[in-house]
Design a binder for this molecule. Sequence first.
Ligand code: PMP
Length: 402
Amino acid sequence: MTSIKLADRVTSIRVSPSTAAAQKVRDLKAQGREILNLTVGEPDFDTPQSIKDAAIEAINAGDTKYTSVNGTEALRKAVQHDYKTRLNIDCELNEICVGGGAKQVLFVALMATVQEGDEVIIPAPYWVSYPDMVIANGGTPVIVKCGEDVGFKLTPEVLEASITPATKWVILNSPSNPTGAAYTAAELRALGDVLVKHPHVLVMCDEIYDRIWYADFDVCSILGVCPELKNQALVSNGVSKSYAMTGWRIGYAVGPLELVNAINKLQSQMSSCPSSVSQAAAAYALTADQSGVDEAVEVYRARRDRAHELINAIPELTCTLPDGAFYLYPCCAGAIGKTTPEGKKIENDLDFGLYLLDTAGVASVHGGAYGLEPYFRISTATSMEEIEAACAKIAEACAALS
Ligand code: PMP
């Protein structure tokens, strides 16, 4: 076999740990092990039939060609309307770009702006992809730990202290994967007050879970709260999570025209445009009756409440109540330092996660993957039965520790 010298940008990054965990579950299941899988990062619902029908109609109507690089006008109009009505964000159609999932939009935004030596502030716990996306584009992730004491959220003081002349971006994810924590309007206002003082800093707001919302305060976005950040904020979202459309690969963002044009220029050389059929389906999803989303949120809410109750009943674990998304991020500090029935000491959350997998047959993702230990992420994008069975197994496994 010849050995290919790969580019540094590839060798310096990891395969996503949550993808790796999901693969491990598939491998164990293929070996015949029964695994309760709490690693899932996508809705367990199917895409609603009406959205599928809209896609089929689009195919039959001949929407099967390249679209404009920045996405169809129908989809950008739908995004514009959604941002205005839900988040109070005003934008022109040419300030919106559409890509093959929010992940791609965020990656290309970094590619369009980050130079060697640029710093990107990433509050931890973070979505696993942010640091690697930054590294792949030659930047330096600056990880800022935001503990449970501050609700897993970046504070204005910590933001101010983290900004240097080399700071290019700060990334905010609300509601968060993995904690479910969401920023209030007042918290965003306070962060915005810091950012306006540093016009060289851009803010990337990843709001992919903002329709899966349980908090008793209203959903909000930094650009809606601080319109004066118009030249600094990129607000991204997509249809993957809200409409159970992960496989359709549509994400979008609103941002400064110069940045959006740069993203489009790169996209013109990378993919030309996202799938025409998926764009038609996404435009339909955003503009159709939203009661399907509300129903899904009530299902997720019931699972969140049950998982929260069951986890907190386990003496070794504690868990905050998520404001949104479909994850919980329990703290397993009470299990660290204990010994398994096989005589192995649990040194950290990776050991704890492996113990749960081996002994209880429960798959989760350890907190180290998200940059804040000792925690583990469980997903509620699975049935209530699986959540209850998994929590019972976790309780048994914890009780067996000494
Ligand atoms: N941001 C976060 C925080 C996510 O969890 C995900 C999906 N795992 C994405 C972005 C990417 O979503 P998309 O399917 O639109 O690429």
